[in-house]
Design a protein around this ligand. Structure first.
Ligand SMILES: [Zn+2]
Length: 111
């Protein structure tokens, strides 16, 4: 969010009429602010892309496709804990949950 501050500084430079040097400074601040805002947007976009490339599997409880981030996550629809690590599996029938939820589906988008 430093880009926002730089842009505000740039606008302030125009508003308060700092003279020629002030205007150059203001323009520089605005350009730098714009660039840093674009960079942070790109970072958020990349993070979003990363999350879509998470493991997709079929939930053993509701049969719907759900995404898994990391080793342990919950189903988006029924909140069932899905895990690759059997020790984090729910206490009721741990063997069955570990066996079925671990099966990777091939629908993972290859991006
Ligand atoms: Zn589910």
């Amino acid at each position: 969010m430093g880009g926002m501050l730089l842009m505000i500084t740039g606008l302030a430079g125009i508003v308060f009429e700092w003279g020629k040097i002030g205007r150059i400074l203001a323009a520089t601040c605005m350009v730098l602010g714009g660039i840093s805002m674009l960079v942070s947007m790109a970072v958020y976009f990349t993070a979003g892309m990363m999350s879509t490339s998470a493991t997709v599997l079929v939930c053993p409880e509701c049969g719907k496709h759900t995404k898994m981030l990391g080793k342990t996550d919950r189903c988006m629809y029924c909140k069932t804990i899905l895990t690759f690590d059997p020790k984090y599996a729910p206490s009721e029938n741990p063997e069955e949950t570990a066996g079925t939820s671990v099966s990777r589906s091939e629908t993972t988008s290859s991006t």
